[in-house]
Design a protein around this ligand. Structure first.
Ligand SMILES: C[S@@+](CC[C@H](N)C(=O)[O-])C[C@H]1O[C@@H](n2cnc3c(N)ncnc32)[C@H](O)[C@@H]1O
Length: 263
């Protein structure tokens, strides 16, 4: 993935990941706690937005958080410094040394990888017998909204197509269960975690519809226009229409998937 990370390593993306983690904390992390003393690996920690949740919900774990972006790791370190001691490492998850962990946590990383099964197999090799993996991914095909608009759908499709062209899969959520099975995990369970936002849920309209989802789509504007997927005018019209789902009378729906397996 490296520098071809479709959302980019920018201040806007840092803000987006932070808003996403804060707004969706209970939805995504509900059911995920690790006993004190557990050795936990967070693969692809980014700017530490989920790391904060991990150390808050499971204090006294021994957490190793890795990423391939030095800049993101520096931000993660600063963000978590006052909360807990985390062993942050600049490492590719495919090249981790054979140290064993009780649990592995992966959030929004597989969608960017060309071979997610290979990554899951590698992570399985790092788990102690009986150890667990928890994987959280989105699925942009689960986004539907009111008012319905083909122009808004077209900007979302640009993100899906650009991520696929970069070797990723933004529709990966629906595949979590088979991916974990293929990678050899036992007792695999996958479940949808749905976000629904309307004007009676203003924190979700702002934190999710606007600052997470629409912000994510907007992050690929330059690439989409440069690739000729849409004209600048079509892009602007699509974003305008999509933004109506965050206005009074609009609604927005999205489903994340959370999968758990063990060795
Ligand atoms: C969308 S961000 C998610 C970050 C964090 N998990 C979160 O939910 O806020 C994906 C992160 O995965 C990292 N990443 C991608 N491929 C990786 C690899 N092979 N090994 C380790 N980290 C990787 C990227 O650098 C990026 O920071």
């Amino acid at each position: 993935m490296g520098t071809d990370y479709v959302h980019g390593y920018t201040p806007a993306e840092t803000r987006r990941l932070t808003d996403q983690a804060g707004t969706l904390a209970d939805l995504l992390h509900g059911g995920t706690t690790y006993p004190p003393g557990s050795r936990v690996l967070e693969a692809g920690c980014g700017v530490g937005a989920q790391t904060v949740q991990l150390v808050t919900r499971s204090p006294a774990i021994e957490l190793v958080s890795i990423d391939i972006s030095e800049e993101s790791l520096a931000q993660a370190k600063a963000r978590v410094a006052a909360l807990a001691e985390v062993d942050f490492r600049l490492l590719d998850l495919h090249e981790l040394p054979d140290k064993k962990f009780d649990h592995v946590f992966v959030c929004f990383v597989l969608e960017h990888l060309a071979d997610p099964v290979a990554a899951l197999v590698r992570l399985r090799g790092l788990l102690k017998p009986g150890g667990t993996i928890t994987v959280i991914e989105g699925d942009h095909g689960s986004a539907f909204f009111h008012p319905r608009s083909p122009r808004a759908q077209a900007v979302i499709d640009c993100l899906v197509d650009l991520q696929a062209a970069a070797g990723g899969d933004s529709l990966i959520g629906r595949r979590l269960q088979p991916l974990l099975e293929q990678a050899g995990y036992a007792d695999v369970r996958a479940e949808p975690r749905t976000v629904y936002a309307d004007q009676n849920l203003p924190h979700l309209v702002d934190g999710f519809t606007r600052k997470t989802f629409i912000a994510m789509v907007e992050s690929v504007r330059e690439r989409a226009v440069a690739a000729g997927l849409l004209t600048a005018a079509e892009w602007a019209a699509g974003i305008r229409d999509l933004s109506r789902s965050a206005e009074p009378g609009g609604t927005f729906h999205y489903t994340f998937f959370k999968g758990v397996g063990r060795t």
